[in-house]
Structures are given as C-alpha cells and as structure tokens.
Design a binder for this molecule. Structure first.
Ligand code: DGJ
Length: 721
C-alpha cells in the first residue's frame, strides 16, 4: 500500500499515466512519432516524421500499423514477436494496457507503452527514451512471462516501425577484415531484406548494424527524407525491412534470433537492446551530426573529454621486441609530441611465450625473456619522457597452447564431440559462465594493479563464434549463448569501469569488429580497421563516421609501403587522412628519416592545434569518395567560431582537378581567417592562405584550389575574427 502511494506521489511530480484515447506522442525537438489505439484496443503507429503540434497529432488519421507486429494474426510478413505460449498456442494478440511518461531531466523523456495479451498473462512493454536536443530516439521492448509455464520466444525484436512511401532505399555497410565498411544503397523490392550478423562475438566483422532508410528517392547528403538507425548491441543483430503487397514497409530490428530462441521462464522478463534512430528531411548529413552530438554526450565513454594521441608498436615490431627497441619507440613518440605509448601484443606468456599468434593467449604474465624488468620498466621509460603508457589485452580469448587452456578446457565456446574450430589459432572463452567472467575481470584487474601507471587498454577480440556450444549453459538453453555472452561481457565491463573509471579503453576487435553503441558506453574509442592505408581509410572512415564521431575513431599513420595494400603514399597524405579522426601512429620510427621526423612533429602539433574542432565539431561531408576523385570534409565547432577543412585527391588527374569546396555550417555574417596547416613542400592554397573571408562567401562562392597529384592533400583552418 505504502509502495503504491509512493509511486503515485512520484508520478504526480515527474510523470504521467494515461489510458484513454489520446494520441501517444514521442517527441524530440524536430521530430515526432505518434501512436493511437484502435477499436480493437491495438496500439498502432500513425505518424513518424517532422514535428507536429499537439492539436495536429490528435487529428492524424488512425493507421493500422501495429507497434509490435505479432505472429498469430499475421502469418505472412516478418513479425516482431513470435512466442509459443506455455500451453503450445503459437499466437499472440497484444492489446493496450497503459502509458507512463517520465521526464528524466531537461533533455530526456521516457515513455513506456504497456501491452498485454488478450488471453495469456503475457506482457510487453515498449519503451522510448528521447534525447530532445539531439533528436535521437532510443526504442526497446521488454517481454514478460506471467504464465505458469515457460514461453518460448522465437522472435523478440527491439523495435517495429512502419513507413508508407512510394519507394524505399536502404544503405548499409559491409566488408571483411581489413576491407571494412563498403557502402551500398539498394532499392527495396517487395519481400524481405535482412541486414544481419550471426557472428555473436566481434559481430561487425562482415557488416554493421547502422543504416539509412531513405524514403521516396535515394539518400542524399543535404536533402531528402531519411531515417538513420543503429542497434546498441555488441552481438548478433538482425535488421529486417519487409515491404508488403501494398508497398508499406515494416522495419523490425533487434537481436538476431536465428538459432537463438529464448526460453522465457515464468516470472522472467527479457529486455532487448535499444534501436537508436532519427528522422531527417535534410539528408544524411543531419543524421550524422545528430548521432555525433548524441554520442559525445551519451553514447561513448568519456565522449565529452579530449582524447589522447598515441604511438603503437604493432606494425613497427609485431611480436619481436625488447626493452631497447621499445625504449627507442617511446623516446621517438615523446620527441614527436604523442601523449601515450601503447605496447601491443606479444609481451606475455612464459611456459607458452607469445612470440606469434599460436601460443600464450590467456597467460597474462610478463614474458621475462623479452622484458626482464617487467612492464614497470616501460612505464618508467614513459614517465621519464612525460608520456602515458598503455597495454594490449585480449581478455576474452585463449590459445589451446596456453596454461589457461590446460587448466580449463571446459571454459571455451565449442560443441562437444566436435573438433576444435580454431580461428587465428584461438578460441573464445565462455563468458556465459560466471567463473569465466570472474577470471576475465581478474586478469585485467591484476594487470592494472601489478603495474601501476597503465593509462590505456587496447581490448582486442580476434575471432567470432563458430561451434556455438557452452559447457556452462544447460542443454535446453544452448540457444541462449548469443545473449548470455553479451550479458557476461557487459558484467565484466561494468565491474572494470566501476574500478577503473579513468583508464582509457579502446574496443579493438581486429579492427572494425566491435563498433556499436552497446559497447561504447564502456569504451572510449574503437579501432576501425587493421588496414591503415590512407586511401582505404578514406572509405572506411567515411563509412564509420556516418554514425560514430571522430573523437572515438582511432586513426593511425601507418607503415609505408603499407603492410595490407603494399601502396606507397606520402607522409603528408597519411597524416592528413589520419588527422580526420583521433590521431595515432603505428610504424617503426627508427626507419624514418630526420626530415620525416621533423615533419611528423609539426603534423602532430598542427593536429593538436585543431584537435578540439575535429573531436568536438560537427562533421560536414563536402565531396564523397564514392562520387568524385576529390574527397573533402570539414568539422565546425557548434558555436561556428572555428572550422577545419580536409581535401584529398585519390588519383592523378592529368588535366587538374578544380572542384570547388562549398563550405558548410559557418556563420554567414562572420569573417573567418583561413590558415593552411600541415603544409607540404608546396601549397595549393597560396591565393587563400592568411586571408580573411566571410562565412557567406566561403559557403556560396566556395574555396577553389587546384589539385592534380595522386594522393595529394591539403588542410586549412578557419577562425572567426
Ligand atoms: C589485431 C589488432 O587489430 C592489431 O592492431 C593488433 O593489435 C593485433 N590484433 C595483435 O594481435
């Protein structure tokens, strides 16, 4: 009774409960999503688009687009929910219960729509959290079993949204290791199109859970109606786009339920991850800027603090190093002006030393043959040079050639009676198992406490799930592995974050394998690709930065000729591409000439001078690599006081490229001083450098600077005066 009074009092202060026929309106500053309840008591989506006033929301005609499309009434199209009830009934009929709305703070509101089955004690809650200023909606669903027996969920989506448009164009991002993020747009025909991952761990290796859905016409940068969305989930995902015979589209997103049916016990609730999305009528650029602003504030760990630039030894040494080699790299990193040195793979393992990728993973003891004075020596070397120290770990994995595997052969994901299926000579530890979760937490904790002074962790994860069996899960719940693994990982990350709030953690995952807003609340940044070739990176970062901001896009100047593509490219081009993200370096400094070292020092200084703009600015994409030889993008601070512009040429243009850069996002009434930075041996900006122009001029007339050479680039800064 007392509880009820307290609840009532809380709602009177902060929230509201509604049960009548008024429209349910989910609002951000520029968008709104409207639901209405029809005569059969079904909750139906009636509008999603630009913001409408309350009165207009009331007159919106009722549409019959179920908020959760269930299997039962509908056998034809992809459902959001397919449940087999405890008595074997395969249908679900959801009717409206009530709505609760809570104002969480001056920017966030949560609306919960409660539904229940018309017969069974089975409840569904669809929740929406709005980020008003950023125009982002997070939508997820909870499924609760109030029946006496178990309910089996075969489909259990996070969201189900409907659209009615003559045409739909879907853009997605797919690839492979070192070849990530190919952008493809397709016209959706009638029937089902699914973008999915079945990989479980390192789920993004072949594709990503972010997409654009353009209505009427293909998605454009600055105009047209487009929905941008991504699922905040580090595991297997499925994004279903189902066009029916009346050309209506249902977009159903969530955890991939393929081979993943879920036994929902009596009294249990399954909470699904959020789909984050927005609607824009001014193209993809607006979607990206909204996601970036949202991410820095809410989506990425420490997304609102400047990030460190670092020197990594991976491509410089691979597994072959000693104190002397590493000290040389540390000294060079400090001389050049980096903030941190990151020691990569190969520093551990004693019985099975990690001298290549076939042994030692899981044995997190320093290899004294390589590093006789332990990690502490390297920390001190960094401290002497006033830079920070970071370390590589791959806590979720194990090599069969390791002491850990010898001790715990039952701690891995595999199927009984089957040969081990190795990938990169390794296996995945079964994080469904709480003992394994403890082990993973403890090895990170031990590494951190034994060597004080570790400021950064590169958290790698180099394979995905095959032979998807768990020795821990009961036989009837083997299909829960995909969800239980993510729960186990999240548990470990939460414990680590509670103990180490300051340490910077990078989600490496072999490059590109773990880039999602389910992971990023625990990670400061991610590694986009093991391919550090700048030409490849132009495309890869073009893709990832559609939904993820530069501040968490680790982007390194790498070895030349490039180890992945074999291409040779100027150091300036390598720096300029890397500088569009969070700058780092991954090469053998003792192979650099003095001239290159001097250039690098200046390049890092220049990066630091505009780092605030890159890491916190709004991104405007000016020329797409998919559309022209010249590529250009710019960042502008929210207050329009500063901007930085990058221009790259992909191929030699023998007649010269004169494409104009029409700048964006500036204050038309302000004067800006243009200064070229990271200058090469010659400048293309002689007519512009050091001069002052109005924002209006720069946006309407644009900056016309000739380019001609393969892998040519220039960068300039604009400061309001
Ligand atoms: C894969 C990562 O992406 C690389 O940067 C490097 O850390 C290696 N793993 C080390 O094994």
């Amino acid at each position: 009774m007392i509880k009820i009074f307290i609840l009532l009092a809380v709602f009177m202060m902060f929230g509201s409960v509604s049960a009548g026929n008024a429209p349910i309106v989910i609002r951000t500053k520029n968008t709104c999503l409207v639901y209405k309840v029809n005569d059969q008591q079904q909750v139906c989506q009636s509008y999603f688009g630009n913001s409408l006033n309350d009165k207009d929301c009331e007159v919106i005609p009722l549409a019959n687009d179920a908020i959760v499309l269930t299997f039962g009434g509908n056998y034809v199209f992809q459902p959001a929910l397919r449940a087999v009830h405890s008595d074997g009934n395969t249908s679900t009929d959801l009717i409206f219960g009530r709505t609760e709305t809570k104002r969480l703070n001056d920017n966030q509101t949560q609306t919960d729509i409660y539904l229940k089955d018309s017969y069974f004690a089975f409840q569904v809650k669809v929740s929406f959290k709005t980020y008003e200023k950023e125009d982002i909606i997070a939508q997820w669903t909870e499924y609760s079993n109030g029946e006496k027996g178990t309910v089996t969920l075969y489909d259990y989506a996070s969201s189900c949204l409907s659209f009615d448009s003559p045409k739909y164009y879907l853009t997605d991002y797919h690839g492979n290791w070192a070849d990530e993020m190919h952008q493809t747009e397709r016209l959706l025909n009638r029937g089902l199109t699914t973008i999915e991952s079945r990989l479980g761990v390192r789920a993004n290796e072949y594709g990503h859970s972010f997409f654009y859905l353009a209505l009427d016409k293909p998605a454009a940068e600055e105009n047209g109606k487009v929905i941008g969305g991504t699922l905040a989930w580090p595991g297997s995902f499925a994004l279903h786009f189902s066009v029916d015979n009346w050309d209506k589209l249902r977009m159903i997103t969530g955890i991939n339920s393929y081979a993943g049916h879920y036994l929902l016990e009596s009294g249990e609730t399954l909470a699904t991850p959020a789909l984050l999305y927005t609607f824009s009528d001014s193209g993809k650029g607006t979607v990206s800027r909204r996601f970036h602003r949202w991410a820095r504030q809410y989506g990425v760990y420490n997304g609102s603090k400047p990030h460190l630039s670092l020197m990594n030894n991976w491509e410089a040494t691979y597994f072959k190093f000693d104190n002397q080699i590493l000290s040389g790299i540390i000294n060079a990193a400090a001389d050049m002006g980096f903030d941190l040195f990151l020691l990569d793979d190969g520093w551990f393992g004693s019985k099975y030393p990690r001298n290549n990728d076939a042994a030692g993973l899981g044995d997190w003891e320093v290899n004294r043959a390589k590093l006789p004075d332990g990690l502490g020596y390297l920390v001190k070397e960094c401290q002497k040079r006033r830079i920070k120290f970071g370390i590589w770990l791959e806590p979720e994995m194990v090599n069969p050639h390791s002491e850990l595997y010898e001790k715990h052969p039952d701690w891995i994901i595999t199927q009984a009676h089957r040969d081990l299926d190795l990938s990169r000579n390794q296996l995945i530890l079964d994080l469904c198992n709480p003992a394994v979760q403890d082990y993973v937490f403890n090895i990170v904790d031990k590494t951190m406490t034994e060597t004080p002074g570790i400021s950064y962790i590169k958290w790698d994860c180099n394979r995905f799930v095959t032979n998807s069996g768990s020795f821990y899960l009961p036989k009837e719940k083997q299909s829960h592995l995909w969800i239980e693994y993510v729960r186990g990982l999240t548990n470990v990350l939460q414990r680590l974050r509670a103990k180490y709030p300051e340490v910077v953690i990078m989600a490496c995952s072999g490059g590109g394998g773990r880039i999602d807003y389910g992971s990023l609340p625990y990670f400061d940044e991610f590694w986009v690709s093991d391919n550090g070739d700048p030409l490849s990176r132009i495309y890869i970062q073009w893709g990832v930065n559609q939904f993820f901001p530069a501040i968490c896009t680790a982007s390194h100047v790498s070895v030349c000729p490039n180890h992945t593509t074999g291409r040779t490219m100027p150091l300036k081009f390598r720096f300029d591409v890397a500088a569009t993200g969070k700058l780092g370096m991954d090469l053998q400094v003792n192979q650099m000439t003095d001239e290159e070292k001097t250039f690098s020092k200046q390049a890092i200084k220049d990066y630091n001078s505009v780092k605030e703009v890159v890491q916190f600015g709004d991104l405007y994409r000016l020329l797409s690599p998919y559309e022209s030889n010249r590529v250009a993008l710019m960042y502008v601070l929210e207050d329009e006081s500063r901007a930085v512009v990058y221009s790259f040429l992909q191929e030699k243009d023998i007649h010269g490229n004169t494409q104009i850069l029409y700048l964006k996002g500036l204050d038309p009434n302000a004067q800006y001083k243009l200064t070229e930075i990271n200058k090469g041996s010659h400048s293309r900006l002689n007519d512009w450098d050091g001069k002052t122009f109005s924002g209006d001029f720069l946006m309407k007339h644009g900056v016309s600077a000739y380019m001609s050479d393969e892998y040519e680039s220039f960068v300039f800064e604009l400061r309001k005066i």
